[in-house]
Design a protein around this ligand. Structure first.
Ligand code: G1P
Length: 306
């Protein structure tokens, strides 16, 4: 029997060094794309897929994330009194019902596999989704929904994958396949960030997984892998041969918000996807591109008159 997936784990403990200075004190997951923190996109994607419980794996300085998804009576009252119903509705899009989300701490940054292991008690004996919220997916059908639809047929473990140029293999987990119908690939091996020469294919792992609880046993021994970190990729590799492991190509566009250019592109793409913004944003971006105006800002020292 294929057990339903009700829980999602969102590892949000990272320091966000790729996005400094924005992330000096603000969690990287709270950076906004248009008007929403990026973590909210992952939560909404999960809700659209029917996920009922959210587990955030956090660290020091991330409490604001929980506040963001909490009931905020003072703000709601204020908006209500002033008749700001649109703003109230916007604020409440970020609310998760009491008792449906919690956080566990990852005390030390020992890797993605370790972060997931930290949530083991709350995951229990159920299949679960893992969502890396830095990655946004602009899809007609939300990516996790695409995956859970496929999971209902396949069971086992399912990882979202996409083709990348071979020279980029050292940035990703890469999979080895033995059977591929163009959408679903049967996985017989996974390697974390191999060199282009070592990579078994050009199919990379992206930040959405549906996993069986047995993967947590594979993480129990805290075996360090690539970069000295406890890797989720290595734990999934240990399931091969014992449980089905599939890769799923998906419809849609991926943005890695940890890469500044992709983060900027995500803002443009998500604005263009919004009815009330698309015309204005299209006109402004087109004007910028057409006029080719390259405005070089004055150095900060000159700006502050020192
Ligand atoms: C993690 C995973 C890697 C995967 C990637 C997707 O790496 O370990 O297998 O390909 O996410 O973004 P990270 O980007 O955290 O180094």
């Amino acid at each position: 029997m294929i057990k339903p997936v009700r829980k999602a784990v969102l590892p949000v403990a990272g320091l966000g060094t790729r996005s400094l200075p924005a992330t000096k004190v603000m969690p990287k997951e709270m950076l906004t794309v248009v008007d929403k923190p990026i973590v909210q996109f992952a939560v909404e994607e999960a809700q659209a897929a029917g996920i009922e419980e959210f587990i955030f794996v956090t660290s020091r300085g991330k409490n604001v994330l929980e506040d963001h998804f909490d009931y905020h009576g003072e703000l709601y009252d204020n908006l209500r009194k002033r008749g700001k119903s649109g703003e109230l509705a916007a604020a409440r899009t970020a609310e998760l019902a009491t008792g449906t989300f919690c956080s566990v701490r990852q005390a030390e940054p020992l890797g993605l596999g370790h972060a997931i292991w930290c949530a083991r008690m709350i995951i229990g004996q159920e299949p679960f989704a893992v969502m890396l919220p830095d990655e946004l997916f602009l899809c007609r059908t939300p990516l996790l929904k695409q995956m859970l639809d496929a999971y209902k047929r396949l069971g086992g473990n399912l990882i979202a994958v996409r083709e990348v140029p071979r020279e980029m293999s050292a940035r990703y987990g890469m999979v080895d396949t033995n059977g591929d119908d163009g959408a679903i690939a049967s996985i017989r091996g996974l390697v974390e960030k191999p060199s282009p020469a070592e990579s078994p294919s050009t199919l990379s792992i992206v930040g959405r997984y549906v996993l069986q609880p047995e993967v947590l046993h594979a993480l129990d021994r805290w075996e360090a892998g690539r970069g000295g970190e406890i890797q989720l990729t290595d734990a999934v590799a240990k399931l091969v041969g014992k449980q089905p492991v599939h890769g799923m190509r998906f419809e849609g566009r991926r943005f890695d918000c940890g890469i500044k250019a992709e983060y900027v592109a995500a803002n443009v793409a998500y604005a263009l996807a919004r009815d009330e913004l698309s015309d204005d944003v299209r006109a402004l971006v087109t004007d910028l591109l057409d006029t080719g105006e390259a405005v070089t800002p004055a150095p900060l020292a000159a700006a502050v008159g020192t």
